[in-house]
Design a protein around this ligand. Structure first.
Ligand SMILES: *Cc1c(COP(=O)(O)O)cnc(C)c1O
Length: 371
């Protein structure tokens, strides 16, 4: 690949981040004991309008913790979408439960509520909807199913900070919501995440489990429960506080860039894109399209190679779970929609610092290949 001129998802780090991280360093609090961790949790909870936020070392750990907190384990089934990053599903296996993979909607690319209902058995305990590429899943239908069948909902909101569904923030619908602050996500702490909930008891237990099972005030190294070392550090929280302050700026840039893509790509035959779920506003974390080889005149892989030669960084969609070598030996339902999206899909450059001109360069490159 050429030198990257227009990046896909690089972080947006500025002066405020330097200032806060320097402040953390100068305070001497580098580890999880520092005051900025609690401050970051409180600001984050306020932003979402939820009661409790517990900082964690990354989104994967947050999902693992969520399953543990809800007592999900061997003999249980957890329903997950076929089209997602592998980290939605691995934690289900970590706790000894069985992932049940269901297909997604061809317009929103998110888990299909009708497919969820068909997959429910007497062993089903939870649903993990993913707000793919920032686009909220159909939460009314999913919460409705969870109530009807007595299931837990863990929202994988790792890609969806700032997205809303019917005016309410993604991540606040389920029993637990989980966010990621990996380097490529909408805000970053280097690596990091947040577990959020309205339930004070779940939050209290989460704080104990992230800290080796240590109860508040315990000083004698006595642990009543086997926990994890899943805490975020003060240095990371400093970065997170700066990024959270800048989130409105990132969201505005992503929304503007997505609007330009939609306007410019509308008249190119063979190109489609992920549609916002009715009632939802995506944070447009990664603007993503599909290429119909026959109509467009070039297949997905050739197009990706051509864009890379021009320094435009793109990526295929997540490989569906039933195609993952690490899940060979598992029995999964057929998921033709997820598979077709995977065959045709590409993430386009979406970093929040990209300019209007950058987006236009990508749009022109896409137009020049169309037949
Ligand atoms: C990023 C991501 C995760 C995991 O988050 P990490 O912080 O990288 O562990 C989980 N699920 C999805 C859908 C993601 O995009």
């Amino acid at each position: 690949m050429q030198e990257v001129k227009i990046p896909l998802d690089w972080p947006d780090i500025g002066e405020l981040e330097k200032e806060y991280v320097l402040k953390a360093l100068e305070s001497g609090y580098v580890s999880s004991a520092g005051p900025m961790v609690r401050e970051f949790e409180e600001r984050f909870a306020d932003y979402l309008g939820i009661n409790h936020a517990v900082a964690v070392v990354n989104g994967t750990a947050g999902l693992h913790l969520a399953l543990k907190l809800l007592g999900i384990g061997p003999g249980d089934e957890v329903i997950v979408p076929a089209l997602t990053f592998i980290a939605t599903v691995n934690p289900v296996v970590y706790v000894g439960a069985r992932p049940v993979v269901v297909d997604v909607d061809p317009c929103t690319w998110n888990i299909d509520p009708a497919a969820i209902e068909r997959a429910i058995t007497k062993h089903t305990r939870a649903i993990i909807p993913v707000h793919l590429y920032g686009n909220p899943a159909d939460m009314d239908a999913i919460i409705g199913l969870a109530r009807k069948y007595g299931l837990y909902v863990i929202e994988d909101a790792t890609e969806a900070l700032g997205s809303t569904y019917k005016g309410k923030k993604a991540g606040t619908f389920g029993h637990i919501g989980v966010f990621s602050f990996n380097g490529n996500k909408i805000i970053t702490t280097g690596g990091g995440g947040m577990l959020v909930t309205e339930d004070p008891e779940l939050a209290r237990r989460a704080r104990i489990l992230v800290n080796q099972g240590r109860e508040p005030g315990e000083t004698e190294y006595e642990h009543k429960e086997i926990g994890f070392n899943y805490r975020l550090t003060n240095l990371q929280a400093a970065l997170g506080l700066a990024q959270l302050e800048r989130l409105p700026e990132f969201l505005a840039a992503k929304r503007r860039n997505a609007a330009i893509y939609r306007r410019e790509l509308r008249n190119i035959s063979g190109i489609g894109w992920q549609e916002e779920t009715p009632g939802a506003e995506s944070n447009w974390w990664l603007f993503s399209i599909t290429i119909d080889e026959e109509e467009y005149g070039q297949g997905r892989q050739k197009l990706m190679n051509r864009l890379h030669e021009q320094g435009i960084q793109v990526r295929p969609l997540f490989k569906p779970l039933f195609r993952q070598p690490c899940y060979h030996g598992y029995t999964f339902n057929l998921c033709p929609v997820a598979d077709e999206l995977y065959q045709k899909g590409i993430n386009l450059p979406s970093a929040s610092f990209l300019t209007v001109e950058d987006i236009n360069v990508v749009a022109r490159a896409l137009k020049s290949g169309a037949c």
